[in-house]
Design a protein around this ligand. Structure first.
Ligand code: ATP
Ligand code: MG
Length: 416
């Protein structure tokens, strides 16, 4: 049987990688502008880290983790998300001792055992950012604005920002009871998963994508009506700063997140173009997480962007890079000249391709076309003798005579 990749694990082929670099570079430049530094943490952690942070009664921990026992009898898990590992490293290396405010970003693969479909895979990639050490709502808005700027920077203006507040351990229990009262009367219309969630994690029913559950939970009480005074003030302030920065957003009072550690501000960037894979980025505040993992009581807020979904939204744009010049030769006698030029031009930063196998001129030119080279040149005996050749601009066939001197060629190609 032919060996193929594991279901839900994708290859990113060369024609796709330009798109990924474009997305990653945009994120890096926006995050660095905002004072965030990259942190790289392992893709595998002790299972307990995810159970303690994400929460035992979440879809991720209940059904989606790649967990196994290693040869030393330790239960380990491929990370399903980035925040837990980053916060584990933050505590382990006492990063908070260096500066009371820490701004970190990460990027890399995440693993969840889900049903693969367009925009949903078992290995997928996230770029995420976290600020720790500040609970001021101003930092919530900076994080939101940074996320919106990222989408703007890569030219995606369709996905829109939705925000909500999930309250805090003070006010959420009363909301939970109010929601349970509401759900109790509609229990029969909920899917099997939500019937179970009713007992373990009732807020999750609001996030269920089964149409019957969406219908049954219409009109459910909203967390926003149950916020305590402090949470209310916080939410109002976040909105105030969003208005000050003229960032467009809407409030989605039904938004709950799939991870238990969130408090207060939660948000998603949503698209109408990817079916039920509508969230392209998501995040929230997690003021209790660091202490829950054994660190000091330090607040935090962050988000993760789903790169596959962003790549899908970028659509058909061409991100491949093309050679500046294709050097063809009439015969084997010109190989030395061609090689010397290629070597010199590469060293001066000109992207050059040539024919490696001494094929016919016709087949060399076919390759130049296929590679979409900007210029081509054919070197024969005459060109070697005269030290000059005709450089053809492939887009319009116009020809320029240039001396076969590396600097001359580099200068001419860069000017055109
Ligand atoms: P969804 O509701 O679509 O399952 P989620 O709430 O589980 O998303 P988060 O845990 O908040 O997602 O992850 C942040 C982002 O990572 C999502 O908004 C999405 O863009 C992306 N993402 C999450 N799971 C997957 C997956 N299985 N495949 C591809 N991208 C994913
Ligand atoms: Mg999910």
């Amino acid at each position: 049987m032919a060996l193929t990749a594991i279901k839900g694990f994708n290859d990113i082929l060369p024609e796709e990688s330009g798109r990924w670099h474009y997305i990653e570079q945009a994120a890096r430049s926006i995050f660095e502008l905002n004072g965030f530094s990259e942190i790289r943490v392992p893709v595998m952690e002790k299972t307990e880290l995810f159970c303690r942070s994400i929460g035992d009664a979440t879809d991720i921990v209940e059904k989606e983790m790649y967990t196994f026992v290693d040869k030393g009898e330790n239960s380990v898990t491929l990370r399903p998300e980035g925040t837990a590992g980053v916060m584990r490293a933050f505590i382990e290396h006492k990063l908070y001792a260096q500066d009371p405010v820490t701004k970190l970003f990460y990027l890399g693969p995440m693993f969840r055992y889900e049903r693969p479909q367009k925009g949903r895979y078992r290995q997928f990639h996230q770029i995420g950012a976290e600020i720790t050490g500040v609970c001021d709502p101003l930092s919530d808005t900076q994080v939101l604005n940074m996320l919106v700027s990222f989408f703007h920077e890569i030219g995606l203006d369709e996905p829109s920002l939705q925000i909500n507040s999930l309250g805090c351990p003070e006010c959420r229990p009363a909301y939970r009871s109010a929601l349970c009262l509401f759900l109790e009367e509609r229990l029969e219309s909920l899917c099997e998963d939500c019937k179970r969630r009713f007992g373990t994690n009732p807020l999750r029913t609001l996030d269920c994508k089964v149409p019957g559950c969406v219908e049954a939970t219409k009109g459910a009480p909203s967390m926003l009506e149950h916020l305590c005074g402090d949470c209310n003030l916080h939410f109002d302030s976040v909105r105030h700063y969003l208005d000050l920065s003229t960032t467009p957003y809407s409030i989605n009072p039904r938004m709950v997140r799939g991870l238990d550690y969130y408090t207060r501000t939660t948000f998603e960037v949503v698209t109408g173009l990817l079916g039920s894979q509508s969230a392209v980025a998501a995040g929230g505040r997690y003021d209790g997480l660091i202490s829950q993992l054994g660190g000091p009581a330090i607040p935090g807020i962050g988000f993760a962007i789903g790169l596959e979904r962003v790549a899908l939204l970028l659509g058909q744009r061409d991100f491949t890079t093309v050679p500046d010049l294709f050097i063809a030769t009439m015969g084997t006698g010109e190989r030395d000249t061609a090689f010397r030029l290629m070597d010199g031009l590469l060293k001066s930063g000109v992207r050059v391709e040539l024919d490696y196998e001494c094929k016919s001129l016709k087949s060399q030119m076919r390759r130049a076309d296929k590679l979409k080279a900007r210029f081509s040149v054919v070197i024969g005996e005459n060109e070697v003798k005269s030290g000059k050749a005709s450089f053809k601009r492939m887009s319009d066939g116009s020809v320029t005579e240039v001396a076969l001197i590396v600097d001359e060629i580099a200068r001419t190609l860069k000017l055109q």
